[in-house]
Ligand binder design. Structure first.
Ligand SMILES: Cc1ncc(COP(=O)(O)O)c(C=O)c1O
Length: 481
């Protein structure tokens, strides 16, 4: 041990300097690597959730700021053994709740490089080559949506902030400073982040129209049109129409072409929320189903969903990138020394953020390592798995599926022989999740409580689907007895 490390009672060693010596970096890094690899190796057998004492544990962990440091190894063990396991096991292959993603290890390696080298990702001139890699990723997304070369985008922390920047860009373009009369249209299956984004963007809440859907939970263009015309007659200013490329509740895809026609006819910004479903466009099947997305003005795509990278990565791509820039660009004296060459992208000009984590690498590295074809195959596999699970529900008496899955969400419930159906399915979901063999979530559809399966993790394959169905059927029959 050197002056940089203090031996501490056989329990390990404590780093004494803010700057590590190379040998210490290696040792500490190796410990982390070993712990993470052990964790991931045990993943298949780990409980799908572990929230039994969650509240008590969270309370026990409250503490005052540590004036003095502590040993590294016990801290690492504390995280791995006592903190991380108290959770829903979101990277598990049998996690099919909400919208899974998995969290590619390659992205974690990219994050390590990004954090350890700590280059500045906010402005182009601070790291032009890294900025280019991020811009490449966004150019690829634009290309996958069949957007023209005028498109520009930004990697965000998630779909919520991407939706926000889209609405701000639309608002700036159509309303300028006159926010009071602006009106927005979306279906009642639209993710709540879009409504929140419109509110945050200063659109009066009563002018954000949330419209009914059809039997398959898709937007009804006629409803949009009626609302638009009625608002125009009242002197309001319709400016934004939102379509879904895969809703969170059921994975429904709105009639994107019809919505694009409507936006064109009424001169509105057409934004598509493809946070969950947009990347399915990489597959032939998805390309057909998502037809019309290429006619949108902007699209949100979440790499932490459809590209399986860890949480904290969404994206927005805007067809006329200049509109996104005009809505976010502001100059400052202290940034005057540098300019951005033609064709290059200054991230801060397209985003509310200045200093930001380098999100480009965690997307770029897996795409380069595996190639797009690997993601295309994985996404097609998820579509096929969803079809086979749907078929299992159809073949089994007393199960009812509320949607015809277009992507990978199936919303189902069990019809019990007696008693309240909603109450039964609430108990069924609890029994499934308490088994710790599977983790699912619920939603409300047409006022009914339903359970959802969403298949999107790169780790989920046929055996997990077979096992998931067995668990669901087992607990349904057990509770129905
Ligand atoms: C369709 C859709 N849009 C937007 C979001 C919000 O994305 P994020 O959670 O990344 O902010 C989600 C999240 O699940 C979603 O499913």
């Amino acid at each position: 041990m050197s002056e940089h490390v203090r031996e501490s009672g056989g329990k390990g060693w404590q780093m004494m300097q803010l700057e590590y010596q190379p040998e210490i970096m290696k040792q500490a890094g190796q410990l982390v690597l070993d712990a993470v690899i052990e964790h991931l190796a045990k993943l298949p057998d780990a409980p799908r959730s572990n929230l039994d004492r969650a509240e008590a544990v969270a309370r026990e962990l409250k503490e005052a700021p540590p004036e003095d440091g502590s040993d590294f190894e016990p801290l690492l063990r504390f995280l791995m053994d006592r903190v991380i396991p108290v959770s829903i096991n979101t990277p598990h292959p049998s996690y099919m709740a909400y919208i899974p993603g998995g969290g590619l290890y390659a992205s974690a390696l990219a994050d390590f490089i990004a954090s350890a080298t700590n280059r500045y990702a906010g402005v182009w001139f601070a790291a032009p080559a890294l900025s280019r890699l991020e811009a490449n990723v966004l150019d690829w997304f634009a290309r996958w949506m069949d957007y023209p070369p005028t498109a520009r985008g930004i990697l965000t922390s998630g779909g919520s902030l991407a939706n926000f920047s889209a609405i701000v860009a639309a608002r700036k373009h159509y309303l300028g400073d006159d926010l009071c009369r602006g009106t927005v249209y979306m279906s009642n299956q639209t993710h709540h982040s879009v409504m929140k984004a419109a509110m945050l963007a200063g659109i009066p809440e009563k002018q954000i129209h949330v419209l009914d859907v059809d039997e398959q939970f898709k937007a009804i263009p006629e409803q949009f049109e009626q609302a638009i015309e009625s608002d125009r007659r009242r002197g309001l200013k319709p400016f934004l129409l939102v379509g879904n490329a895969g809703t969170t509740n059921t994975g429904a895809i709105d009639p994107l072409d019809a919505l694009a026609d409507l936006a064109q006819k009424h001169d509105l910004w057409f934004h598509v929320d493809g946070a969950y479903g947009g990347f399915f466009r990489l597959t032939d099947e998805g390309k057909q189903k998502l037809h019309g997305i290429e006619r949108s003005d902007s699209v949100v795509l979440d790499p932490h969903k459809g590209l399986f990278v860890p949480y904290g990565t969404g994206s927005l791509v805007v067809k006329d990138g200049e509109r996104l820039r005009k809505a976010h660009m502001l100059e400052a004296e202290y940034l005057q020394d540098h300019s951005v060459p033609e064709g290059e992208v200054n991230p801060a000009d397209y985003s509310p953020e200045l200093s930001r984590f380098n999100r480009g690498l965690r997307v770029w590295l897996p795409l380069k390592l595996y190639g797009v074809s690997t993601f295309r195959k994985a996404l097609q596999e998820k579509l096929d798995l969803a079809k086979s699970l749907y078929q299992k529900f159809l073949n089994e008496p007393n199960f009812e599926v509320l949607n015809q899955p277009e992507l990978t969400v199936t919303a189902f419930r069990y019809r019990p022989p007696r008693g309240d159906i909603n109450e039964f399915n609430r108990r069924l979901l609890k029994a499934i999740n308490d088994s710790k063999k599977l983790f699912l979530s619920s939603t409300m559809l047409k006022g009914q409580f339903v359970i959802r399966t969403c298949i999107l993790s790169f780790r989920t394959h046929r055996p997990e689907i077979e096992a998931a169905f067995d668990v669901i059927r087992y607990y349904a029959h057990k509770l129905a007895k």
